[in-house]
Design a protein around this ligand. Sequence first.
Ligand code: ASP
Ligand code: MG
Length: 476
Amino acid sequence: MPEDGKVAKFGGACVSKPEMYDRMAALLKSDPGRKFVVVSAVAGVTDSLVQTIARPREEKEIDQYLADVRKRHVALLPAPPEDGGRATEAMDALLRKLERLLYGIAYTEEITPRIRDFVLSFGERLSAQVVAANLRSRGVEAEAFEADQIGLMTDETYGNATALLGDTRDHMAPILRRQAGAGHVAVITGFFGLSPEGKTATFGRGGSDYSAAVVAHALDLRTVEVWKDVGGFMSADPKIVPEAFPLSVLSYDEAAELSYFGAKVLHPRAVQPARACGASLFLKNIYRPGDAGTRIGPDTVDRSGDVKSISYVRDLATLKVYATGLGSDEVLLSHSSTALADAGVNIFSAATSQTCVAFLVESDAVNRAKKALTRMGGLTPEKVEASPHASLVCFVGEGIGHAHGVAARVFRAVADRGISVQFITAGASMVAYQFTVNTKDLEDALRAVHREFFGDGGKRHRSASATVPSASAPLP
Ligand code: ASP
Ligand code: MG
């Protein structure tokens, strides 16, 4: 039997203004099932931590930075301070720790992936204190928790960790159940957990969505609400495709593919723990709590249509590795992908032929990737060619693998605009296809594909079941 209760995750924009705490408190009071709150850092704070450790800093700079961070958070605390300044005290203790860390980095001029993750986690630690204090001052019994101290367990992949779901359930669930039993709302830090060696490990940028799903899994809950200051998924990025419309349902796979390939509304891995416990993810707009938003759940697979949404990733590069007569394509593929993984290069797509393997990688990583491929252990390729300015278009839909001629329609629509397609990946997933175009053609290609499937009027051409027309919800 699933337990009752919901996880409500609040993103950066929803924890950064006193008016937002009013909204949050109202949501928690209106539905007592919302017992577990997961928070992101205050907007801009994680970015500022990333920038602060990007290069060695003088002590003066560190002091100034910490004073700014303190001011920013103190300004968000309720006035007069509740509980004799309990949150201020907790925040000052956190800032002293952060100060020691930043000084350490400045003196040693060294930063390991572990230390980096520890530093980046302070945004959420501070925001959990601010949010809990604000909820208390609005009559909600709330308590702040740091995920790594209550047993949200992860592997050791610092910067891109994965939660250990079984261990987390064992460690974290009893603590959170006790809180809920005492009638307290637990305000839990998103974004990180505790690695087996006892260090903080983050889930990658935007990782608080994933944390929320991990908490739901640990407690066997069926509802994860992801509250943002925009709505959920749309048929395309409305900044590029003005007739794009919101989507009320998506399957786990559709949401995962869209998120992985550029839609910034959800962390790409948030779907995994939700799927593992059959929870639905509801993406909701905090300004319009009555709107349905987008639901992603175990019962949302709809194979009757074709393309449901189109996403994109800008600024990629294609790398082609040629190696005629050097054995099979499998050897070339395995050596090349190992070399790229060892160099920390994220591969978006790969395609092979007998003599050549092509990879799609982030353009920032192209030099590193090229170097890694030129000097692979045991294999010297004849040539490694990099072409920049590639952008990827991804179209998804559970029905794509079942309907006929969907890909042909996509490519014809793009070709009719005089755009050439460079790289196509299909078949890896039955619900998503990707292709690349020159970045200068990206926006035109997105509009062409959207028009092909949804017409000039966007949602007006959709079947009635497709959408709730009101939310305004830009994809990035
Ligand atoms: N604060 C982290 C970030 O900015 C995690 C999150 O917001 O989900 O990436
Ligand atoms: Mg986010």
